[in-house]
Design a protein around this ligand. Structure first.
Ligand SMILES: [Zn+2]
Length: 273
């Protein structure tokens, strides 16, 4: 049991979706059943397991086979990608019986670029190349995209605008930019998702307040980014409750309304059944 607080336990009856999680480590450590039952206990009724590399694409495609409430995506993460060839396998998954619900997480991450200019330029060029190719695949297959973007808003946004993909098919996961960027995404019609960092990074509160409620999602990005009050434990889907509670309070909504809203938005974005 995660808590004995009756108010918090009452909130467990509201269904919620974790729109972005990574479950492979839990599996390999033999902890997946425990993690999934913790999630079930607090009514996390659906989860989107997000791919970062051919290895986890393969794992998720098998893992979701007998789990109707878990969906998966395939994408080559900008910090994980090493070779353009890693993309060769991606189209195979789009032909599978159980198809991914999106391409992602893909994008640009300029947080830890090499200092040396040439290496820096090459890294950026490589990230843009991988990103562009996957956007192309998403477009041809009519799939939505889950965007990972860190310290690279302008480049990410310009590439997306030029990709011809509709804003309604784009989700900025783990929102970490400011209010002006949120305004741009809002005009573009893109979806945004907040993670546990919202509970301890004050600068994320204002962007949340100006986000379009109809384009708002919530996620754990577990096993990373544990929300308060669960830090420094490792994050898991059940902890999405803490982030939802914090977000609902910030927006002056009831937890019930917030859960219903993000539930509906997540199903709509990923076209979940
Ligand atoms: Zn992630």
């Amino acid at each position: 049991m995660l808590t004995t607080d009756p108010k918090i336990i009452a909130s467990y009856s509201m269904e919620i979706i974790d729109s972005h999680c990574h479950l492979d480590d839990f599996f390999y450590e033999g902890k997946i059943e425990e993690v999934l039952s913790n999630a079930e206990y607090v009514s996390v009724t659906k989860m989107v397991a997000v791919g970062t590399h051919p290895k986890d694409w393969e794992f998720y495609a098998e893992f979701v086979r007998n789990r109707r409430n878990i969906f998966y995506t395939v994408g080559l993460h900008p910090l994980v990608a090493e070779d353009e060839k890693e993309l060769d396998q991606l189209p195979i998954f789009l032909e599978k019986e159980i198809k991914p619900v999106a391409i992602g997480e893909i994008g640009l991450d300029y947080h830890r670029l090499p200092h040396e200019q040439q290496a820096k330029d090459e890294t950026i060029e490589f990230q843009k190349l991988i990103f562009g190719k996957q956007l192309e695949l998403a477009k041809t297959n009519g799939l939505p995209v889950v965007i990972h973007s860190r310290q690279a808003f302008d480049d990410t946004f310009n590439i997306l605008i030029n990709s011809g993909i509709a804003g309604s098919k784009i989700l900025f996961h783990c929102y970490g930019y400011g209010v002006p960027e949120m305004e741009k995404l809002k005009s573009f019609g893109a979806f945004v998702s907040f993670a546990g960092t919202l509970t301890f990074r004050k600068e994320q509160v204002e962007p949340l307040k100006v986000a379009n409620p109809d384009k708002l999602l919530i996620e754990t990005d577990c096993p990373f980014l544990t929300p308060e009050p669960h830090r420094p434990k490792r994050n898991e889907p059940a902890f999405i409750r803490a982030t939802a509670r914090f977000a609902a309070k910030t927006l002056g909504m009831s937890e019930n309304d917030f859960c219903n809203l993000t539930h509906k938005n997540t199903e709509k974005f990923f076209a979940l059944e």
